[in-house]
Design a protein around this ligand. Structure first.
Ligand SMILES: Cc1cc2nc3c(=O)[nH]c(=O)nc-3n(C[C@H](O)[C@H](O)[C@H](O)COP(=O)(O)OP(=O)(O)OC[C@H]3O[C@@H](n4cnc5c(N)ncnc54)[C@H](O)[C@@H]3O)c2cc1C
Length: 396
């Protein structure tokens, strides 16, 4: 049986980033990346633009084949790991081979969460996670005029805009009373909704899909309150769930995602985990940058160095057409708001403070100062310091 020094399950950015880090410290040890997908690691976030832009697989790849060859990083594509035998350090593959390992990294990512509405298996209901999903969706879209996106989060809104640019009529169905409740307050969320509607999207907040209608193929959706919206296709964008199937029957600890320490080590000494499959402070983050950073940390620790992962403060940027929005920090737990408004330029900025410390910010319209505000939040800057040379902001 073949034995690999560093075995990595999943070649998303988490797995790739770990392989890169391992090779930069250990020039000799064997590295094998195994993936169920048939492609080398590609930029998954670019799938959203891929809805309306033509692309080649090569243009999406993080590195081409020669990069792997030069570094002697081996890949095994279109192959799924079916089982991990923790006691004997062996993985079993779907082609009935088995491979031994010294150190194992689980970087199996996540899959879309599809809420349990009726008709979710009808033809015309899609979720976008892989290049294969995108190709199938695009093929189906050729015979569609109207598409409904279920979920008005960041990814849902970006996908809706791509569909609009492709020339489709687009509905966005959002369960919450207003868009992006973690990132925006009601006033600015309403402003965003108006602007998205003026770009031609049809936003339905406070709405829940109860059923996808149609005889075999989708022809409508039924919302709460028996409202029916005709639609030719549905794109579900309602969050993710970590791919835990491989570990649920093992002694690896998990809750929402795999539990890891600050070195990205699971409770099993020689097994690490990174990316969308892990939980950090009780949350599954689902971000490219986080998986990339965690991969670096795991890679370093797998070769025996000591590196710690520090959870960065998460911020959000949304750019759709000429709409620009930036949000960072906590905008729901404050005792004062400072505001700057320039209606002629459609700019509205809000700074949220608690005990005079800058805790959150929303920049609407003009986001060029986002780094300055983000740094103020990360460093917990007193608001007087932040506004020392800026007399535009007034207490709200
Ligand atoms: C459409 C879209 C847009 C996005 N946009 C953004 C964005 O703008 N910004 C951002 O920060 N993030 C974005 N993300 C999220 C980002 O892509 C993910 O956080 C990131 O890809 C996670 O990387 P990962 O390595 O953990 O897992 P993944 O990228 O999910 O890769 C895991 C791989 O493991 C494989 N695998 C799973 N189980 C097995 C097994 N048993 N055997 C073998 N292989 C297996 C899977 O097939 C997959 O190829 C977006 C995601 C999508 C889908």
């Amino acid at each position: 049986m073949e034995k690999i020094k560093y075995l990595i399950i999943g070649n998303g950015i988490g797995g790739l980033s770990a392989a890169r880090e391992i090779r930069s410290h250990d020039k000799e040890g064997s590295i094998l990346l195994i993936s169920s997908e048939p492609y080398l690691t590609y930029y998954r976030p670019k799938l959203t633009e891929g809805i309306f832009e033509d692309f080649t697989v090569d243009s999406l790849l993080v590195y081409d084949e020669s990069w792997y060859k030069q570094r002697n990083i081996k890949t095994l594509l279109e192959t799924t790991v079916k089982k991990i035998d923790i006691d004997n350090n062996i993985v079993y593959l779907d082609d009935s081979r088995k491979i031994g390992y010294e150190k194992l990294l689980i970087a199996t990512g996540s899959r879309p969460f599809i809420p349990p509405f009726k008709g979710k298996d009808k033809e015309g209901v899609f979720a976008l996670r892989t290049l294969q999903d995108l190709n199938e969706f695009k093929e189906f879209l050729k015979s569609c005029n109207t598409v409904s996106v279920i979920g008005g989060g960041l990814l849902g809104l970006e996908a809706a805009w791509s569909l609009k640019q492709l020339g489709k009529e687009v509905n966005v169905i959002e369960f919450a009373p207003y868009l992006l409740p973690k990132q925006l307050d009601r006033e600015l969320a309403n402003r965003l909704e108006e602007k998205l509607n003026s770009l031609g999207l049809r936003i339905h907040t406070n709405s829940q899909v109860e059923e996808v209608l149609g005889d075999g193929r989708t022809n409508g959706i039924k919302l709460n309150g028996d409202k029916v919206i005709p639609t030719d296709a549905v794109l579900v964008s309602s969050g993710i769930r970590p791919n835990l199937d491989l570990i649920v029957d093992t002694s690896i600890e998990y809750d929402k995602g795999i539990k890891v320490d600050s070195q990205m080590r699971t409770n099993v000494e020689n097994i690490f985990a990174v990316g969308d499959v892990v939980e950090v402070e009780g949350m599954v983050l689902g971000l490219w940058t986080v998986a990339n950073e965690q991969g670096k940390v795991a890679g370093a620790n797998m070769v025996g160095l000591e590196k710690e992962y520090k959870q960065p403060k998460v911020f959000t940027t949304l750019e759709i057409g000429d709409i620009k929005v930036f949000s960072a920090g906590d905008i729901n737990n404050f005792d004062r708001i400072y505001e700057y408004k320039d209606s002629s330029k459609d700019i509205h900025h809000k700074i949220f403070t608690k005990n005079r410390i800058t805790t959150g910010v929303i920049l609407f319209g003009d986001i060029k100062d986002r780094n300055k505000f983000n740094t103020a939040i990360v460093s917990q800057l007193p608001v007087e310091e932040l506004l020392k040379k800026d007399d535009r902001f007034k207490k709200a």
